[in-house]
Design a binder for this molecule. Structure first.
Ligand code: SAM
Length: 249
């Protein structure tokens, strides 16, 4: 049926794609992709023929003209599937401007959900998932990065960041300074791929381990929320009980 479909694609292992995503890619009147080469490869791997359907390159900064083309296709009652290079479109990836304009224009917009590195990292990090803050990519420059981290000190949830493997050591060092050296952190690398690796430690410990080194592959950094210093409620109760006992002598 007509409308715009946001389709999630794998973040590593090619078979991490849903049956519905493949159905949509097989039946859409046009496919738009952040990276048309990786879309062709994906269609190939899963035996989905493109046929004579258009495969259009689109990212939000390809600008209003490319967007207008896609909206025109929608206005003709046809369907468009959009995928970013990997994972869920719009999540640290293009698609937002398209989603907004299509919805504002009143076209049917839907999503075929699937992999995203932020969710996969949260599942594996072993830190609380009741509430989390996804910070996307922090600024590359240390000054701006430290300022952003400072503003996130009190967030009452697990923090999740995407980071370039070349910058992760510097980022951890800034995080240790701004959020506290003892905070627990987890580096999730190459998720769903052959060399998937989960590395746990404190911010200062991980920063020291990686100092001056670049990691290989793709990385998500997960950081625990601020923990209030001092005694747990069990410790407080125990101390009270002790005090009361000694008073009743
Ligand atoms: N849209 C994607 C998603 O839903 O996760 C994210 C795209 S963003 C441009 C790419 C960043 O996501 C990488 O730099 C890395 O931080 C993270 N990422 C993507 N795939 C990953 C993987 N397999 N393992 C670890 N991190 C990954």
């Amino acid at each position: 049926s007509p409308g715009l479909y946001f389709v999630a694609t794998p973040i590593g292992t090619a078979r991490d794609i849903t049956l519905r995503a493949l159905d949509i890619l097989a039946s859409a009147d046009a496919i738009a992709a952040e990276d048309t080469r990786s879309m062709r490869r994906l269609l190939d791997i899963h035996g989905v023929p493109l046929g004579d359907r258009p495969l259009i390159s689109y990212h939000d900064h390809s600008g209003p003209r490319a967007r207008a083309g896609l909206l025109k296709t929608l206005s003709e009652g046809r369907s468009v599937a959009y995928a970013s290079e990997a994972g869920t479109p719009l999540i640290a990836d293009p698609g937002y401007a398209l989603a907004r304009e299509a919805a504002e224009a009143g076209y049917a917009v839907t999503a075929a959900p699937g992999p995203s590195a932020v969710i996969t990292a949260l599942v594996l990090a072993g830190l609380p998932t009741d509430a989390f803050f996804f910070g996307g990519f922090l600024p590359n420059a240390s000054g701006a990065r430290r300022k952003t981290l400072q503003s996130l000190r009190e967030v009452p949830g697990t923090l999740v960041f995407y980071e370039s493997p070349r910058r992760v050591a510097a980022m951890l060092e800034d995080a240790a300074d701004m959020l506290g050296e003892a905070r627990e952190a987890v580096i999730c690398r190459e998720l769903t791929k052959k060399f998937e690796e989960i590395r746990r430690g404190t911010l200062a410990g991980l920063a020291a381990e990686l100092a001056g080194r670049a990691l290989r592959g793709e990385v998500v950094v997960v950081i625990d929320r601020a923990r209030t210093e001092g005694a747990s409620s069990e410790e407080v109760e125990e101390a009270l009980r002790h005090a009361l006992e000694s008073m009743s002598l």
